[in-house]
Design a protein around this ligand. Structure first.
Ligand code: FAD
Length: 380
């Protein structure tokens, strides 16, 4: 077993670390204001972060998924929202297209996604179908060379700004979960698609969550991704990979919380000495550092399995579940170590605390991750 990173992996991590440092002040301001982190996303995109493991022939860099995860661990430290937007382009829409798209779809949509010149969104969740996407109600009715989509998708990250969305709908409603297909939808060019204003949420305010209402919205048949009724397989395959990236974001977020807690514990004096001199505080910091190290190792192992073409669904679920729980714990304890100051919104740990919660929910809740892990255990 070799824990050493290759020269390329080290280089990508360094590049992402430098980028994060360069954008830290602006990211902090935008995150504090809960605004779409456009300049941060653009800078990350210019530096190639949206296409790291996407194919070279379509604007990506063709690096390993492990390299992408190393980069996400850095970017998420300064802007979890911008890191999530990069992730949508790269690991949700981009990965889906590079694996399941036709050459024409890849040619048309992948380069702009890989370069971050266009934003992508992934529309699976519905008001009646969250953890159980197989229970979706959105239908796609075919008439000649056009599908007409009717239904509602909610919690769609970047749905308000995306130039292209991967949208899931039933083409064979009588077959339930086995009747779902995947489509590329261009919101700006789709009559019959209406967007609600972004949700007012406490987490990841810079990455808007939007409801998309489809009413007989026409989508060309050429925008069907994969085979008809292959949609659930596409969604679950893409989510397996994306969860490893979500775990990497959580590691980054957790490290940012831990670093802030360490700095504060060193500097804040009570009872005539720095907080860092109290063993109760040291033990908290030691536990958090250990959990985040374990989270990073689980994440990199899952990414490595994926890069090797080996089965990694349960490993991805373990990484996502453990890393997002570790990030939540780190943010919670960071707030505690800051005392009352930890609750002030001007303070980064307050925002990290809010953002950490979303990680335990999106791309499959941690209860669903535990179900995936248990299913694998009980299979053998
Ligand atoms: C910030 C954010 C961004 C998101 N972005 C997107 C996006 O871009 N695209 C998209 O399609 N969706 C997105 N989502 C939606 C997200 O994937 C869903 O919220 C999530 O899958 C859970 O669905 P739900 O909210 O309907 O909860 P429910 O499915 O109603 O679950 C409620 C609770 O019950 C638990 N539960 C459900 N079923 C079981 C079970 N079988 N066993 C045990 N416990 C169970 C859940 O774990 C949870 O705790 C986003 C969500 C958030 C918060």
């Amino acid at each position: 077993m070799d824990f050493a990173l290759t020269a390329t992996e080290q280089e990508i991590r360094t590049r992402a670390r430098e980028l994060a440092a360069e954008m830290a002040a602006e990211a902090a301001r935008l995150e504090r204001e809960g605004r779409f982190p456009e300049p941060v996303f653009r800078r990350f995109a210019q530096a190639g972060m949206c296409g790291l493991a996407l194919p070279r022939e379509y604007g990506g860099s063709g690096f390993s998924y492990l390299s992408y995860c190393l980069a996400q661990m850095e970017l998420a430290q300064v802007s979890p929202a911008a890191a999530l937007l990069v992730h949508l382009n790269h690991s949700l829409v981009g990965m889906a297209l590079s694996r399941f798209g036709t050459p024409v779809q890849q040619e048309r949509f992948l380069p702009a996604l890989a370069r971050g010149e266009a934003l992508g969104c992934f529309a699976l969740t519905e008001p009646g179908a969250g953890s159980d996407p197989g229970g979706m109600a959105t239908v796609a009715r075919r008439q000649g060379e056009v599908f007409y989509l009717t239904g509602t998708k909610n919690f769609i990250t970047a749905g308000d700004r995306a130039e292209v969305g991967l949208v899931f709908a039933l083409t064979a409603p009588e077959r339930g979960a086995k009747g779902i297909s995947a489509f590329l939808v261009e919101p700006g060019a789709t009559p019959g698609l209406r967007l609600s204003p972004p949700e007012d949420k406490i987490s990841l305010k810079g990455a808007a969550s939007v409801t998309m209402h489809f009413q007989e919205a026409p989508v060309p048949a050429a925008h069907l991704v994969g085979a008809p009724e292959e949609g659930l397989k596409i969604a679950l395959t893409v989510l397996d990979g994306a969860r490893v990236g979500a775990a990497a974001q959580a590691v980054g977020l957790g490290r940012a919380a831990l670093r802030a807690a360490v700095d504060h514990a060193r500097q804040r004096q009570q009872f005539g000495q720095p907080l860092s001199q109290f063993q109760a505080i040291q033990f908290k910091l030691a536990d958090l550092a250990t959990e985040l190290e374990a989270a990073a190792l689980l994440t990199l192992k899952a990414a490595w399995l994926r890069d090797q073409g080996r089965p990694y669904g349960a490993a991805a679920a373990m990484a996502k579940c453990f890393a997002t729980d570790a990030a939540m714990h780190a943010a919670l304890e960071a707030v505690q170590i800051f005392g009352g100051y930890g609750l002030l919104t001007e303070n980064p740990v307050a925002r990290l605390f809010e953002d950490a919660k979303a990680g335990q929910i999106y791309e499959g809740t941690n209860e669903i991750m535990r179900l995936i892990i248990a299913r694998e255990l009980l299979k053998s």
